[in-house]
Design a protein around this ligand. Structure first.
Ligand code: GDP
Length: 295
């Protein structure tokens, strides 16, 4: 996803490190490159502006200008600012409660159902949790079938009821079932729509009120770029999300969503998905992501 951005950063860095010393003018050239690279990658305009201003200020400071290797120091400034932009450090899931309830929400096609399964696998295998999935997209039989299939494939129990249309009640029954079956973690796969609308918000808010999930994670499709960021903002305003899972980072999106999400929404990206297989879920580590972008 970041190939083009990486090339552009490398180009900017060559103009910094290729000279004996740094001047305001060659810093400006490099920063212009970086600004253009970020905007072309579909990073939010304000985020780009602030990022470049912060880097400029620090690069023109004494610590960089008077260092033995100013070019390299400037590159380090960009790296550190990128890590800060991405959220500094990984933010773990809040898994208190018995069971700990994680509600996934997002638009139709964003990757909710497959991500529910990926998360179940991750929590079971990497965090030794006993996980149950619940199919809360009651109006789409295909979504229930899909979750049931994925659960069977992974050996994770799936709570479903094809006749019950009262979603908050279904979620409560799932909590009960998880308790009875000794599951310490329950993942709710909720309904999506092509656009966020009042019915959807109401349904999700009702689940939240009844079940009080510790985590409400917005599943956002990175391929939507800035649109993914505004979808996350909308869900946050309506529901109060606790974090974001950014999907399809293996695709050909330009990376803007990954780079703007934290800053614009104020909510941490907790995981990313990088493929269609159940194992294609990664904890979001800002420093590793910055490395991936820069190298
Ligand atoms: P939902 O409607 O939000 O539940 O979306 P699904 O979970 O059904 O996913 C929609 C499509 O996106 C499916 O074909 C998934 O396989 C695909 N998908 C989900 N996550 C990823 C990902 O990280 N990479 C790729 N390449 N495809 C993904």
């Amino acid at each position: 996803m970041f190939n083009k951005l990486t090339d552009r950063f490398q180009q900017a860095f060559r103009s910094l490190t290729g000279r004996g010393h740094l001047t305001e003018s060659n810093i400006s050239d490099a920063l212009n490159e970086i600004r253009k690279a970020l905007l072309e990658a579909d990073v939010n305009y304000q985020v780009t502006k602030q990022f470049v201003a912060d880097v400029r200020e620090e690069c023109l400071g004494e610590a960089v200008m008077k260092s033995v290797t100013p070019g390299q120091q400037a590159v380090k400034v960009v790296h550190d600012k990128l890590v800060a932009l991405l959220g500094e450090s990984a933010v773990p899931l809040e898994l208190s409660g018995s069971p700990a309830v994680i509600m996934l929400c997002g638009l139709h096609g964003s990757g909710k159902t497959t991500t529910s399964a990926k998360l179940a696998l991750y929590l079971r295998d990497k965090q030794k949790r006993k996980v149950m999935l619940a199919a809360c997209d009651v109006n789409r039989p295909a979504a229930i079938d899909q979750l049931e299939f994925l659960g069977k494939e992974l050996g994770v129990p799936v709570f479903l009821d094809r006749d019950l249309k009262d979603v908050p009640k279904l979620a409560l029954l799932a909590v009960d079932a998880a308790r009875k079956q000794g599951c310490d973690t329950l993942i709710l796969d909720t309904a999506g729509r092509l656009q966020i609308d009042q019915d959807l918000v109401q349904e999700l808010a009702d689940i939240k009120r009844r079940v009080q999930p510790k985590e409400i994670l917005l599943v956002g499709d990175a391929a939507l770029g800035q649109e993914a960021v505004s979808v996350a903002e909308h869900f946050d305003q309506a529901l109060g999300i606790t974090g974001i899972i950014l999907t399809k980072l293996d695709g050909d999106a330009r990376g803007g969503a990954a780079l703007s999400m934290r800053q614009v929404t104020g909510k941490p990206v907790k995981f990313v998905t990088v493929g269609e297989r159940p194992i294609d879920l990664e904890v979001f580590h800002p420093d590793r992501m910055a490395q991936r972008i820069l190298n």
